[in-house]
Design a binder for this molecule. Sequence first.
Ligand code: UT7
Length: 321
Amino acid sequence: MIRSVITGSGSALPANCVTNAEMAERVDTSDEWIVERTGIRQRYIAGEGETTSTLATQAARNALENAGVDASEIGLIVLATATPDHTFPATATQVQHALGCGGGVAFDVQAVCSGFLYALATADSMLRTGMATKALVIGAETFSRILDWEDRTTCVLFGDGAGAVVLEARDVEEDGPGILSTKLHADGAHRELLYVDGGPSTTGEVGKLRMKGREVFRHAVVNLADVLREVIGNTGISAEEIDWVVPHQANARILDATARKLNLPAEKVIVTVDKHANTSAASVPLAFDVARRDGRIKQGDLVMFEAMGGGFTWGASLARM
Ligand code: UT7
């Protein structure tokens, strides 16, 4: 059977790392509050010349090198972002140009923090229907550029970065590698809990991120536990068989609460929120790349990806490495 197999990963972070102590110099907050409520200790913030497309390109190059794939072999780029370089063209086309692999398919997907799950599912479907044989799936963001730096309830939570995977269509056995099952959801009823107060067709300006964190937290734990159960149910694999969970990194307490609901031991959950903060669509592929490169995620492992974000959108995907 044809499955989409992850054959490489890469990531990129801006040069500038900002600690909680430095945040406390800007707004009325403290390292203690941020660590206790979120688990975040630092975040990377893009500087001059660093944009969503430059971070995405660097992550993509690292992923191609890791997979041993030349850019010219890539026929599809799906890039998840809510902070594109420009309103249009799609940031994916700029990454394609920078990589020098023009001519294939390249477009952006906008599902905020669930963007990487949506992009992965889109690329997986396109590979399995033969529209391409090798794809780059990228999550890249510069959320620092849509933050209200006077609002302590949001500005301490987010960071910038990019992660990428190379996905290849392969003819594999039933117990072979590849994406096994994915479920995506959206519910537009909760827009006011997490949104950006601007846009090309409304204010004509980019706008700033607004969030009612406590309410989002409640929805996140319920929705994530439900979608994880759905994916596990689809595959007939028991939760105990999962080797690693690579969640969206919004808050260490959400990761703990979701794992507890499913009886997944905390040691199986990849946590990078302490180092990267919430990088929206970049957080899942960034965390995945960290855990692959430090040797935790190995060939043959069963890995669950999951995310929840603005929209609301949420989803989960189970893959064998
Ligand atoms: O990635 C997309 C999905 N996003 C999420 O999943 C985010 C989900 N939400 C969260 O992670 C948490 O709700 C937050 C980290 C945003 C907030 O944590 P919380 O435990 O829910 O705190 P809270 O909003 O209930 O605020 C508690 C107190 C408030 O003070 P009062 O009203 O109790 O006096 C806030 O004003 O903490 C105050 N507060 C702060 N204090 C110091 C809010 N932000 C800060 C801050 N520093 N940065």
